[in-house]
Write a protein that binds this ligand. Structure first.
Ligand code: SF4
Length: 219
């Protein structure tokens, strides 16, 4: 009998590539700064189960691209998908990939769309702060100042959509987070345990592979 779990594991395995200090990602910047810092200092391979979660996200995004391209949805036009960008801030680089750029025909507006898969859409009451941060930075980087975060339920394909308006002040705060991260990494300063100190972020500690080190304030 063919072991399909094994086939899937082999197919999605990407091999280990450590991140490089000096290159940062908007998809991470809303996460706990200490955790991101550890991920550069103590890199390790992503667990196969987590890779599968990412893969489900990719599959759902491909589906949304199909919806946006469909002849049966003339109210929207997909202008571009998976738009790569690179931005230099001071002496480091921020690199990312925006999910979709869409033209809304009725308003004539171009809108950046960020698609997030979700286990239970009925629990989603507002967009997560880290997702808003990611989209704010994308709007800053691409220069399109209308954004939507689309949560897609993994089980039912139901969606919840949140409009995010560009805010120059917020995008500056995000740039400053990148600067802080870069400084702390290059000067070997352990950032504060951000997620422990912020009630909105506390849940991140439950899934943090660096919790033991963090609890000991270990560099
Ligand atoms: S345990 Fe919590 S505070 Fe510490 S690094 Fe992980 S997410 Fe951040």
């Amino acid at each position: 009998m063919i072991d399909f779990n094994n086939l899937i594991d082999k197919h999605i395995s990407k091999g280990f590539r450590a991140k490089k200090i000096g290159k940062y990602y908007p998809s991470e910047i809303g996460s706990c700064l200490r955790k991101i810092w550890y991920s550069y200092k103590y890199p390790h391979e992503v667990e196969p189960d987590l890779l599968k979660v990412f893969e489900v996200g990719n599959i759902l995004h491909d589906f949304i691209v199909e919806v946006l391209k469909s002849e049966r949805t003339p109210e929207v036009e997909l202008l571009q998908a998976e738009i790569p960008f690179k931005i230099n801030i001071k002496d480091f680089l921020v690199s990312g990939r925006v999910d979709d750029l869409v033209l809304i025909k009725e308003s004539g507006k171009n809108v950046l769309v960020e698609v997030k898969s979700h286990r239970m859409i009925k629990l989603v009451k507002q967009p997560e702060k880290r997702h808003v941060m990611q989209l704010q930075f994308y709007m800053h980087a691409i220069g399109v100042h209308n954004g939507l975060i689309v949560y897609v339920d993994k089980g039912s394909l139901k969606t919840k959509v949140f409009e995010v308006n560009f805010n120059e002040g917020e995008s500056e705060i995000i740039s400053k987070r990148f600067e802080t991260l870069h400084k702390d990494l290059t000067e070997n300063i352990l950032p504060s345990s951000e997620a422990k100190e912020d009630s909105d972020m506390g849940w991140m500690c439950r899934f943090c592979e660096y919790k033991e080190k963090c609890d000991k304030n270990k560099k």
